[in-house]
Design a protein around this ligand. Structure first.
Ligand code: CMP
Length: 136
């Protein structure tokens, strides 16, 4: 039996604004990802820049930081077997245009920026991202 993992999910401003948080959270719980902790907050651009610093060399970095700090977000710690991969499967491809049917980004994403959710991409980054929001 694999032991449970934890991962970080962010419900982004576009989804919070459209009151999709409960629908998105029910997709996680129906798929055996338990919500261990959750909180709603509005981060500053500097905090967004720190959170997304792995992307600092990318041409879309500034826009990305502006966007994540543009309105309230909800951050969640998800726990379950293979939580990192499972969350990424449930989210679908980064660009909603390329996301599979039934995934969160296909259902709710508007564009590559307004793609409704973020999820950690590895167990190592999940620890860093959970620390960022919950253990400061
Ligand atoms: P996320 O999973 O939060 O991680 C980084 C984000 O950058 C990504 O989702 C997208 O919303 C955003 N982004 C904006 N433009 C691009 C791009 N051209 N390629 C990849 N990600 C992009």
């Amino acid at each position: 039996m694999s032991s449970p993992e934890q991962t970080l999910s962010i419900i982004k401003p576009d989804a919070v604004e459209r009151n999709l948080s409960e629908k998105i959270k029910s997709i996680f719980t129906k798929n055996n990802l338990k919500i261990l902790e959750s909180k709603k907050l509005h981060i500053s651009k500097d905090e967004a820049a720190e959170f997304y610093k792995v992307h600092q060399s990318k041409p879309f970095y500034d826009q990305l930081c502006n966007y994540l700090s543009s309105g309230p977000i909800e951050v969640l710690i998800l726990e379950g077997v293979n939580a990192v991969l499972k969350n990424r499967d449930l989210m679908g491809a980064t660009d909603p245009k390329n996301a599979e049917e039934g995934t969160i980004r296909k259902l709710y994403g508007v564009s590559i920026d307004k793609n409704s959710v973020h999820g950690s991409d590895s167990i190592k980054n999940a620890k860093v991202e959970i620390d960022f929001f919950f253990n400061k």
